[in-house]
Each structure stands twice: as C-alpha cells, then as structure tokens.
Design a protein. Structure first.
Length: 599
C-alpha cells in the first residue's frame, strides 16, 4: 500500500506496523512496507493527553466538524457496516443521519452548514453523496470509482472550498490509479485538479483554513508524502519527505499535523512548521487514526483495536465453530491436504509467523521464527512443504520461500524476486499458491497500480510472467488453468483463464476478494459485500467442464455462508479437502473518538 514518488516499498521494521494498519487490515497486506523516510528527527516531546469523546461498544472513526465547532459528524459501525452519525462535541447521544447496506465513510460538513458529504460503497461506482446535517434523502453527487472493498478514502478532512461551491474528490481514472477532481456541487461537473504519474495515487485533499492552498497525500493506498497545491491549481510541491499516513492543517495554516510510525509499535502525531520545516512530537500511541482539527483548534482522533479469530463453518448446516482465541493479527487459515491441520499467520509473538493448528486437538506448533515476517502459507499437494511469502533476506523484501512442514528440512528461497503490492487498502491481493498437480507455483507481483501472475517450477527454475492486469488468483484444478480477478471500475471481475490457450470466461462481476477454490472445483469462496467492513463469506457454485482443458461455468449468484454482524467482518481462508467446511477469520473492530487536550 505504500508507494512514494521514487520508492514503493517500506523497509524491514519490526513491531510498529500492526498498530498503524487500518481497521480492516487484509490478510494479504500483513506484509512489510518501505516508506521514503520515517520521521525520526522530531523532538521527542509529548504535549497532549487523550480525553474520550465517544465510549461505546461500536467502532467510531473519521470525524469532521460543524462550521461552529459545536457538532461532530463521524462514521460508526455497530450493525455490520459503517453509517454516518452526528453528535454534540461535549455530550448528548449520537444520532444516525445516513444508514445503508454498505459502508458510509468520510463524512464532511460543508462550511455553509447545508450539507454533509460522504463516501459510500452502497452501489457500484462508490459515489460521493450529499445529505442535510439534520437528515433527509441523500443526493448522489459523483462516482469516485474507487474499489468497493479497498476502504479507499475519497474525501480529505477539509475537502470543501470555503464558499462551499466545490468539493475535492479523489477519483479513479485512466490506468486505474487515483487523482483529485474539483467537483461543482451545484452541477456535479468535475474538473481535474491533480493527475499524478503512473503508479502513484493522490488522495486526502484538504483546503487550508484560509482557502489559499490544498494539502494532499501523494503515494500509495496507505502512506505517501505531503504535497501542497495552490487552490487555483498547479503542480503539487512536496512539503516534506517524511512518509505519512494522514495530514491535516491547523488553524492559521502555519503548521500541519501528520501521523507517522515511530519505533516499538507506536504511531506519532507530529506538528510541522510549514515555513521552517521544524517538527515536534505532540503525542504518541499504539493507534492514531482519522485525525481532524476544528476551526477553534481542537484536535480529535480515533484509536483502533481489533481481534482476529479463526473459525470453521459447515457449508451445509451453517454451524460455526471458533478454533483460536489469540488476539493480535491472525490470518489466512489454510487446510492441509489431509484436513487435519490449518496453517495460518499470526503476529501474537511480534512479527507475522506461520503456525500450525491441529483441527481436532487444538494443539499449535510454531513453524517459522525469522527476523522478518512470514505470511500466506500454502500447502504442497503432498502435505510435506509449505509455500510462504517471507521477509528473510538482507534487503527486507518479501519473496516466495518454501518451508518443510515437519521443520526438519528448513526454509529455502524459491525465487529471488521481490513481491510488492500497494497494501491493505489496495484492491490487489498478494497471492502465492501451489498448483493442485504440484507442477507449478504461482504468485502475484504488483507493479504500480496493477499486478501480474508469475509462475515458477517447484525447484525455483523457469520463473515467467503469465498474465497481466489481475488483482488476485487461485489455481483451477491443475497448473494450466486459473481463476483471477481484475478491477473493472469499482468492482472485481472474476474470470476463469486457460494459461496455455489464452481462453477466458467471465464468471461474475461484483464486490468480492480473497478467492479460495473447493478441491473438486465445484465452488469458489470469497469475501463478499457492499463494503470492506460489511464483508461476509460467500460462495459461487461452478459447473466443472467436461473437457480437461475447458473452463468452468458459474451457476447462479453468490450465496452467503457467513454474514457480517455487529462490529466484525470476515476474511476468508480455505476449503476442507472434503468440501464440507470453510475456514475463515472473524475480524472484530473496536475504536472510540478522543480529543487531545494540552497537559
């Protein structure tokens, strides 16, 4: 998820990354990142302390202010998706203003007080809507085109022009990356404001308080450099070379607040003097997200916590069973060929490592223990080896490795090829899979805003690019055929492809990700829903081909196996060999809004 103007990877760093990953951290994004430069120059000063503004069992985030500074608008998840709520800053109960089946995020109050703008995944195109602050019928302003399940942030903290005539909206365009458009609120007409170079995204555009400049983030889906642009337009200029997650103006426009990772699992809130470049640390915590500053200089932010537990569900009866109770990050449970063991990645001892879980007894064995991270474990067809993506190596890059399942054979690099991708908010999924016939290993290599499927022999020979313009893949029955997804507008297109003949067949288009194929090819499971935080577990039934070189046909529409509830959503895992169970991850999200007060 992190692409800078010159470097798209984050250096190998232990400890801090789980705290800054967004609430809906995707299993495929639990990798290492490389930023342009971490902020290690700011004076280590802490001047603020947190005071709760909300305290519920829901997940509250993403605040904006009424023009008089008396009310907050924010997103809340307490019933399977994010909705828009309004609350007095210093008390009263929050009241829902927009509810829907998808996620309603980035609510932003117009300076004239007439509208709340917000980003919605309720329908394809992920539009920006307008609604009066006291409720009413939302009006669609413009489609952003951002991927439905990527949690893309279309609106910055202060996207409204001071006269409330224009809104700065991050929108997908052209090659699939993201630029900023200035949208006329009265007509919906969009004018290009920024167009970043290929492989780089612009997002989170915010007007300064005096309306003369715009602050934005240029980089990847998660991190980037702070850029400023004159309000009338022009070429963005870097404000700093520090990699930031978020950035906002302070009143007076003499300084900017930003968040950036510190050491030892801490995120820092730093103030940058725009004129001199001097910085000072204001606050640090395990989680600081969705920062906002009121016209009276009150600073609010959201914290974030989540627990991820492994479950299995019987696809016939719907009966569910919890397998693990470890907190922290636990993702990608994958059944062994005999169905007795699940391999998965867990960060409960620090960095992500591969663990083996005995399905019957619940006993667990730690398979890997490296200085970097090990993720995406996938079994060889004989059950003797595990393919994984590992950060081992001097440069900290993520590469395909093979480990012995009994730990006796050690771990060896499969191919010396870095596997990089934009991150948890990206539509790209970092897949690495052993073909069912054992003849090949496939893995996804991301380049800029796109990705390619590469294959290599199990001995590491013959690595070759096989398919472009994909976002994820899974093998179909042998080493000749695959199922892939491609980004089509804001949705994913699921297709079957014969790699030898080039034949393709579209199976389904919708909001889906994280594919897992049943052993007999009769169904594919995936995460499915109208928003990342409303993802459930679904399956699409397939009619296998009669021809051994043929492609499957989709039967009907996706069927939910597990629907999201309350404050949790689903990340998928794998089918049991007999096709009766699906392993998956239940991801519980928590978070409140806090005000930072001077000590």
């Amino acid at each position: 998820s992190v692409t800078g103007t010159t470097d798209s990877r984050l250096p190998a760093r232990r400890g801090w990354w789980p705290a800054i990953v967004v609430a809906a951290i995707v299993v495929t994004a639990v990798a290492t990142w490389t930023v342009l430069r971490h902020d290690d120059t700011a004076a280590p000063e802490t001047h603020y302390a947190p005071r709760p503004a909300t305290a519920t069992a829901a997940y509250d985030r993403d605040t904006s202010w009424s023009p008089d500074g008396q009310y907050l608008v924010f997103s809340r998840m307490n019933d399977g998706n994010l909705d828009v709520y309004v609350q007095q800053v210093d008390g009263s109960e929050a009241v829902a203003r927009v509810e829907g089946p998808g996620d309603q995020t980035n609510p932003r109050w117009s300076p004239d007080g007439r509208y709340l703008a917000y980003f919605s995944t309720t329908e394809p195109g992920t539009p920006v809507f307008l609604v009066p602050p006291d409720g009413g019928t939302p009006k669609k302003l413009i489609e952003s085109g951002l991927p439905t399940l990527s949690m893309g942030a279309s609106l910055g903290v202060r996207p409204w022009s001071p006269d409330s005539r224009f809104l700065l909206v991050a929108r997908a365009f052209g090659s699939g990356h993201i630029g900023i458009d200035r949208v006329d609120v009265a007509t919906g007409e969009a004018t290009p404001f920024t167009r970043p170079p290929a492989g780089v995204n612009d997002s989170a555009a915010s007007y300064s308080f005096d309306g003369s400049r715009v602050l934005l983030r240029r980089g990847g889906f998660e991190f980037g450099t702070m850029m400023t642009v004159p309000a009338q337009g022009g070429e963005p200029q870097p404000l700093s070379d520090v990699a930031v997650a978020e950035a906002v103006w302070r009143p007076g426009d003499r300084s900017v607040l930003y968040t950036t990772p510190f050491d030892y699992s801490l995120v820092g809130l730093v103030e940058l003097d725009v004129a001199t470049g001097a910085t000072r640390r204001l606050f640090e915590s395990r989680s600081i997200q969705w920062i906002s500053v009121s016209p009276t200089d009150r600073i609010f932010y959201s914290d974030f916590r989540h627990d991820t537990f492994l479950f299995v569900v019987d696809v016939r009866s719907g009966e569910r069973r919890q397998l693990t109770s470890h907190t922290s990050n636990n993702f990608v449970p994958t059944f062994s060929p005999d169905g007795r063991t699940l391999a998965y990645s867990s960060s409960r001892t620090g960095d992500m490592e591969v663990w083996l879980h005995d399905v019957e007894s619940g006993d667990e064995t730690r398979l890997t223990n490296s200085e970097g991270i090990d993720i995406m474990a996938d079994w060889s067809p004989d059950g003797r080896r595990l393919l994984l993506l590992s950060q081992r190596g001097a440069d900290g890059g993520l590469r395909p490795w093979v480990a012995s399942a009994d730990r006796a054979g050690g771990v060896r690099m499969l191919v010396d090829q870095p596997v990089n991708w934009p991150g948890p908010a990206s539509p790209i999924v970092a897949d690495a899979h052993w073909s069912p016939d054992g003849a090949a290993i496939g893995y996804v290599v991301a380049e800029g805003s796109g990705a390619e499927l590469w294959t290599v022999a199990p001995d590491g020979q013959g690595a070759a690019r096989r398919l472009a313009d994909i976002t994820e893949f899974v093998w179909y029955s042998d080493s000749r055929r695959v199922l892939v997804t491609r980004l089509r507008g804001s949705e994913k297109e699921l297709s079957a492809v014969n790699l030898e003949t080039g034949e393709e067949r579209v199976l389904y288009t919708g909001a889906l990700r994280e594919l897992h194929l049943a052993t007999d090819g009769s169904a594919v499971a995936f995460c499915y829903g109208r928003g990342h935080l409303s993802m459930g577990l679904a399956m699409l039934r397939l009619q296998p081909p009669d021809d051994p070189d043929g492609l499957p046909i989709a039967i009907g529409e996706p069927e939910y196996v597990v629907r999201t509830e309350g404050t949790w959503h689903v990340h998928s895992g794998s089918w049991s060999p007999d096709g009766t169970q699906l392993a998956y991850v239940r991801d519980w999200d928590y978070g409140d809004i806090f005000e930072l007060v001077k000590k």
